[in-house]
Write a protein that binds this ligand. Structure first.
Ligand code: PYC
Length: 313
């Protein structure tokens, strides 16, 4: 068997996105949530082949472009990573819109996109920047204490921004690139402690993203973060869904009003501009950033290749 898969790669604030344009699995005509389940159940090796080594790396987020259910939407998308699937992905949506623009399939204006956790819209600006109007975001719990091996009690908030986050103010070391190993170890232990203590998001969903906050370095930024993703890679971008979760917490604490701008810096120094719209008490975050297309390729899947479907450990 030999198969070709057409992809476009980009990065958003340093975080890579690989959009699969053609050659992906047929997931049927259901909603994106239904198609995600078909993907997970029947085509998981395709996920691994696209993002894992030897073609990808732990940091790559894949985006399978799908026919939308609603003809008024520009696209449907299912995001995936080195270990599984994402509900939404902010940096990935910015990358997807930049990719559609690169292909001549999007012009400045509003682009509607269907995701497994709901519809989002994105505005492609003349400058090439993209503002994503994310799914409704909220804080589920404030000041939760969890006992973390080697660190004692760690206090954080649980919030939804399209994925589940545990948000912690402060860290045992500075949020600096040179401390990546320590930050990864600390956040991984927090994740394990949440699991061990059955601390979850709504409906028992796993909290699979851990987000630390500290003082910013970039001029004009309000905060710097470190985000550990589900497969133990850190987010090079400020994380669109993580910034959305942060905005929901700030609003719940009375620290962010509708329209006020929050600039979130990442561990590599890239910045997203966040703000919220509030309607009937519900918070809809908006995340602005830019992506750069850096490759267009045809991946070759050849069954004679022992690592055709990726190295999965
Ligand atoms: O930008 O939402 C995001 C994201 C999630 C995981 C990696 N990036």
């Amino acid at each position: 068997m030999r198969r070709e898969v057409h992809v476009v790669d980009s990065h958003t604030g340093g975080e890579p996105t690989r959009v699969v344009l053609a050659g992906g699995p047929d997931l049927g005509r259901g909603s994106m949530a239904e198609r995600l389940e078909v993907f997970r159940r029947e085509h998981d090796r395709f996920r691994s082949a696209v993002v894992n080594e030897p073609r990808g790396s732990d940091a790559v987020v894949g985006a399978l472009l799908c026919e939308p259910v609603n003809p008024a939407s520009a696209a449907g998308v299912i995001y995936f990573n080195n270990v599984g699937y994402l509900g939404m992905c902010g940096h990935g949506t910015i990358g997807l819109v930049a990719t559609l623009a690169y292909l001549g399939r999007a012009v400045p204006g509003i682009v509607k996109i269907e995701t497994p956790v709901g519809d989002v819209s994105a505005e492609l600006h003349e400058s090439g920047e993209v503002t994503v109007a994310n799914v409704e975001s909220y804080r589920l719990a404030k000041d939760m204490d969890v006992q973390v091996e080697g660190f004692g009690a760690v206090r954080g908030d649980i919030a939804w921004g399209g994925n589940w986050f545990f948000l912690v103010n402060g860290a045992p070391c500075e949020l600096e690139f040179r401390n990546l190993e320590m930050l990864t170890d600390y956040t991984w232990r927090i994740r394990q402690a949440l699991q061990a203590n059955a601390i979850t998001g709504a409906g028992g969903q796993e909290i699979d993203h851990i987000e630390l906050f500290g003082p910013p370095r970039a001029a004009g930024a309000d905060s710097r973060n470190f985000v550990l993703c589900p497969g133990k890679a850190y987010d090079r971008s400020p994380c669109g869904t993580g910034t959305s979760a942060k905005l929901a917490c700030l609003h719940a604490d009375g620290k962010l009003k509708e329209g006020q701008v929050w600039r979130q810096e990442s561990i590599v120094g890239s910045v997203f501009e966040g703000s919220i719209a509030v309607s009937g008490g519900k918070v809809q975050p908006r995340i602005k950033g830019s992506a750069h297309v850096n490759a267009e390729a045809r991946l070759i899947f050849d069954d004679r290749d022992p690592f055709c479907w990726g190295i999965r450990g």
